[in-house]
Design a protein around this ligand. Structure first.
Ligand SMILES: [Zn+2]
Length: 81
């Protein structure tokens, strides 16, 4: 897997932050995380990612809620007939 090694925000070459090995099934996989060399920029990038994740989480929660409501409505309609 090829990882994008330039910062999504400022375009600087990212530096390796952590590297660890983990067994996935029978094969040893090397994981690396890369961060922006500019600490302030990295913080902003991380905050942005978190915001997006929170946003996605709320969309997911809403759609689950809607599905639950639809199901309840259907049961209600059935009772009317
Ligand atoms: Zn950056």
């Amino acid at each position: 897997m090829y990882l994008n090694t330039s910062c999504i925000r400022c375009g600087k070459d990212r530096v390796q932050d952590k590297s660890w090995k983990e067994y996935v099934g029978k094969s040893l996989v090397i994981y690396t995380t890369n961060i922006c060399p500019d600490a302030e920029c990295q913080k902003i990038v991380e905050a942005g990612l978190k915001e997006r994740k929170d946003h996605l989480d709320s969309i997911l929660a809403n759609s689950l809620k809607r599905r639950e409501e639809n199901r309840r409505n259907r049961k209600y309609l059935k009772k009317l007939h």
